[in-house]
Design a protein around this ligand. Structure first.
Ligand code: NCD
Ligand code: ZN
Length: 346
């Protein structure tokens, strides 16, 4: 039985680092294991322009713990007023690794997102020309569509249309949560990939709702039925390079999670690698963990994989702090609800 596993250092292709005291408190949780991360731009106000992305990157770099070797990969928040020239400049200088599309109102801090997808076509065309990926929050916001159907409906109504109208556009369907999402990615010839989160490999909707409401399991897109979780586990461990890790680790202070109108987001940065090792071992596919965490995403983004490595070792269950205490308040670490036997060597 495998007891030790050395991988190229992983990357996180979808991460929320926030700002200020929260950023300072949670950044070490990512830099401990990860080499790079695609940093989401949904701050208040959002990171829309190249200038704002450069300033945000500076704030992240200033918050880095001693000795950390971590590269934040910046994204621009797409609005109907985004200037294609500004996007081109941000991509050309190496500042922006992707552009993020939030349908307006779909999730946390998405009010400045896109309502009319035709309005952003010039930006999308410019991105297709230079191969800059579009990261998509794939949920419709139509109030008549059931929250559990919003991803599948988005594929039919929005995503497929965007891809047809802008051939060559490289798209990442982020935090895919359904078998429809997995099937759509598999059906595409090229230029389409998906990130899968750690928590969606663990949770189905019963975990959120049965036996009392569990606010720390509430995230967007919301976890679906068990058959979807199984489809995600299969896709993540399949070896198909179109699927890779994007934790969507999204910290909110406990006071805002344990609330009458609780915020969406699971905070998984701390224990993601232990959880993933457990999942991949359970699926009999530990040999494919490195592809999912350290190779496939880099290949899609046209970047070299990391040279440095991390080693996971199996042993007695490892414990992680229940909460990370930040200057903004405590943040509860995602509880996978099972013992974790793989720990990352310091
Ligand atoms: C994210 C957040 O809190 O910023 N929340 C979440 O549930 N995933 C936003 C997002 O990625 O949808
Ligand atoms: Zn997210």
């Amino acid at each position: 039985m495998t007891q030790s596993l050395t991988l190229r250092r992983p990357d996180d292709w979808h991460l929320h680092l926030r700002d200020g005291a929260m950023l300072e408190g949670i950044l070490p949780e990512t830099t401990r294991h990860f080499a790079r991360a695609i940093v989401m731009p949904n701050l208040v106000p959002p990171v829309v322009t190249a200038r704002q992305a450069a300033d945000y990157r500076d704030r992240i770099l200033r918050a880095m713990p001693e000795g950390a070797t971590f590269t934040p990969l910046m994204t621009l928040y797409l609005t109907e007023d985004t200037d294609p020239e500004d996007v081109m400049a941000a991509a050309g200088s190496g500042l922006a690794a992707a552009v993020k599309l939030y349908p307006a109102g779909a999730t946390t801090n998405s009010n400045s997102g896109v309502r009319d997808f035709d309005k952003v076509r010039p930006v999308l065309e410019a991105m297709a020309d230079i191969g800059l990926p579009l990261c998509v929050h794939g949920e419709v916001t139509d109030p008549t569509v059931d929250i559990f159907d919003r991803e599948a409906v988005f594929i039919d109504r929005v995503l497929d249309r965007i891809r047809r109208k802008t051939p060559g556009l490289r798209v990442v369907m982020e935090h895919v949560t359904t078998q429809e999402g997995v099937a759509y990615v598999r059906s595409a010839d090229e230029g389409l990939a998906a990130t899968i989160t750690t928590h969606h490999l663990i949770l189905n909707r019963n975990h959120i709702l049965v036996g009392g409401i569990k606010p720390h399991y509430y995230c967007l897109p919301v976890a679906k039925r068990e058959l979807h979780r199984l489809a995600l586990r299969e896709a993540a461990t399949s070896g198909d390079a179109r699927f890779f890790l994007g934790t969507d680790s999204a910290p909110h202070i406990d006071a805002l999670k344990e609330h009458a109108c609780g915020c969406a987001g699971c905070f998984t940065a701390t224990n993601t690698m232990s959880i993933l090792a457990e999942v991949f071992e359970d699926m009999g596919r530990l040999d494919r963990l490195e592809g999912f965490t350290s190779l496939n995403g880099a290949a899609f983004y046209g970047m070299a994989p990391n040279e440095a490595t991390i080693t996971l070792r199996k042993g007695d269950p490892v414990t992680y702090p229940a909460k990370i205490l930040t200057g903004a308040g405590p943040v509860t670490v995602f509880d996978p609800g099972m013992p974790l036997h793989w720990h990352v060597e310091p």
